[in-house]
Design a protein around this ligand. Sequence first.
Ligand code: SF4
Length: 204
Amino acid sequence: MQRSFFPPQQESPGAPETEPAGESLTTGSLPAAPQCILISACLLGENCTYKAGNEARPDLITALTTPPPPHTAQPKIFAFCPEIAAGLPIPRPRCEISDGDGRAVLCGTSSVQDAEGNDHTDAYRRGAFAALLFAQKQGIRLAILKNRSPSCGSAGVYDGSHSKTWHPDGIGVTAALLEAAEIEVLTEAAALARLETKTRKLSP
Ligand code: SF4
């Protein structure tokens, strides 16, 4: 499992390992290139949430790191936190998307605010673009992102009222940008379900 907690250009203890050029090429009888997957760092146990905690999912980690069936490549896992990549601190104010979701934030018609009404929209957009750049550089076509986060949520986000009210159709800013770039985004629950039903294959 690769720890790519911060974007490559940033110096950090968790700077990503880089792949030797050409390592993933598939030719002739070589095995297929492993699937590269971007995962919310907090799901892998990194203490990067706004509360300085994590959202570790040992069941998902186990499913992804268990040796694969014969002739199937082990997926390459890249942990990434868009909010930390954007330079936000740990801990940081809890934010929600106001009047819409991540798509509206990217279009400039909605904002990301903390409970005091301070605007953090630019940082959330920055984190989304950092995630997209990283995914494109690594050839990532699939992301497993923590649901309900204003960055990573893909099957619902909070509605901006800071009253824990759920907006089930909403999507976070990073998830919206990755989807717009045709990178598939799964929640942690959806990824686990797919792993269980498709004998550890995450491809659709
Ligand atoms: S931005 Fe995403 S990866 Fe970072 S703490 Fe929030 S949910 Fe986890």
